[in-house]
Design a protein around this ligand. Sequence first.
Ligand code: GLV
Ligand code: MN
Ligand code: MN
Length: 399
Amino acid sequence: MDMGQVGALPHGGCCRTALSAEDKAGRDLFVRWCRDAGCEIAFDVVGNIFARRPGRDPARASVATGSHLDTQPHGGKFDGIYGVLAGLEVVRALNDAGVETEAPIDVVVWTNEEGVRFGPPLAGSSAFAGVTGVELVHAAVTLDGTTVRQDLETTGYLGSERPGDRKFDCFVEAHIEQGPILEAEKKSIGVVTRVQGLRWLRVTVTGMDGHAGTTPMNRRRDALLAAAEMVLAINRIARETDEWARLTNGRFIVEPNGGATIPGRVVFICDLRHPNTAALESLDQRMQAAMRGIAETGGVGIEIERLMDKPPVTFDAELVDAIRRSAQQLGYSCIDMLSGAGHDAMNVARVAPAGMIFVPCKDGLSHNEAESAEPEHLAAGAQTLLQTLLERAGRSKLP
Ligand code: GLV
Ligand code: MN
Ligand code: MN
């Protein structure tokens, strides 16, 4: 709730887009809490924060957890934040109980999970896993016209660690489910076995600016009209594919955006998801073909760029078993789940065994200011996280 005051919005949510002033304030608060809990703080070259609770054996790879503190423009208090603060709670609980672990524990804040102020999303964990080059992340231009590298310097989060410098024994991310299944099934814990694939296409439609009053309807090259037809057509394709296909056009830029000018240029994002790689590829191809066809008929230009391609991920079987076992030993009801949302753990899975713990959220709502979760469920997730991390890190002194 204290973190929720940083960048607070009028309807209970938060706006802390990555590396904004609000995000810096949230990061600073987290770092202060971690220092108070005795953690050593480090940043890497893309601003990922690592708060380390040392273990008895500093040579051992860390047992890592965490998530993100940045939000959507109308974000909630829990998406990402829960996973970061559950990690801090694990550290505090171990401190309170006087437990020392063999391996260090790292609580991580990944930079720019949401990809709102600059893209693409999942930037910090992509760089950590070596999927995206550091220079590419640094060169990204934000909505405020700054570069990410400039923002890292301004906010004080430009560190020196390079991707690959830090080794994880494993990474476990706790997160609200962001969907309706756990609530409907009345389960406390979702043991995430897989994450569906995710692609972003940036579509630029080019028509011609013109006068709204004098240009006859049949002499226009209206980029917005063509883009609107594209959105309808590709949504039809998604709906007709199967129950798993997802398509969202959540960002739409209309130029010049003057009420009396025929729109000459439109840029929009297609967020496309499916658990199956072949099905995702087929959706992508059919949507691209449909949009190109509409552009041709409408006499407008079209450019389609693939900004992101995250294949579906299957999490480490041993770690998934450990999470399930922890939840069961603690007496929590649990089910195995596929994640519909993208998560930093998808990237980390490329360089270390990774897994996720889901807890229910109210009405399955997320990316919405009304996002909410029950304290007992949040506690169950944190307790499951603690038990799983402790098993991996090796407890060397009982309280
Ligand atoms: C994460 O926020 C996602 O868009 O899946
Ligand atoms: Mn999110
Ligand atoms: Mn998230």
